[in-house]
Write a protein of this length. Structure first.
Length: 200
């Protein structure tokens, strides 16, 4: 890789790392170009060269965090020997991500990320197409094996991830009346019952 390209990638990483720190410590109101350039020690011109705008920087940051989360979820699914284990693995991987990468999780569950998701949901799904395809293939294979109920794919996302996202938001907001470890013990079996082909 040419040295100029390496420097460019290093600059992008510095800006993204600084942007996440600024967002978490200063909040949405404090997420400004000046705050990010001051924290990163990268010039204003470089920020605009790589991201085009502050919105572009936020979008790139959210996409980086989302990609890392999805990578962990897809990896967890790929290692599961059956459907039940897959549900357990996804729930645990999501909650582990929230615990281990709290800053990234705060950004992903923020009002700004929600607004972006509502406005650009189709574009976001397109950027994650390969990962979502892996999830869809996993669901389809276990529907065909008779382990998972015949449900529309979007309902699987809601039934499996909905309760986990709700728990994560509650924990990230500072309401710690249920810990992530306790949620990891309780949620997987409850979620499995909602998607299992076996009626309970």
């Amino acid at each position: 890789m040419p040295s100029k390209q390496r420097r460019g990638e290093a600059t992008v990483d510095r800006l993204l790392d600084a942007a996440l720190q600024v967002y978490v410590t200063e909040g949405e109101q404090g997420f400004t170009v000046k705050a990010v350039t001051d924290r990163s020690k990268v010039s204003l011109g470089s920020l605009y060269h790589h991201f085009g705008s502050l919105d572009g920087l936020f979008e790139a940051l959210a996409l980086r965090c989302l990609s890392r989360l999805f990578d962990e979820l897809v990896t967890a699914l790929a290692q599961a020997p059956n459907a039940r284990a897959g549900v357990y693995a996804v729930v645990e991987a999501y909650l582990d991500f929230v615990r281990d990468h709290e800053d990234a999780a705060l950004l992903l569950h923020s009002p700004a990320a929600d607004r972006r998701g509502m406005a650009q949901g189709a574009d976001l799904r397109d950027t994650q197409e390969a990962r979502l395809a892996a999830f869809a293939e996993w669901v389809q294979s276990h529907v065909e094996s008779g382990e998972l109920a015949q449900l529309p794919l979007p309902l699987y996302e809601s039934l499996v991830l909905g309760p986990v996202v709700g728990t994560a938001r509650r924990w990230l907001s500072g309401i710690r009346d249920i810990g992530l470890d306790e949620a990891a013990r309780v949620l997987p079996e409850r979620i499995w019952r909602s998607v299992s082909a076996e009626q309970r």
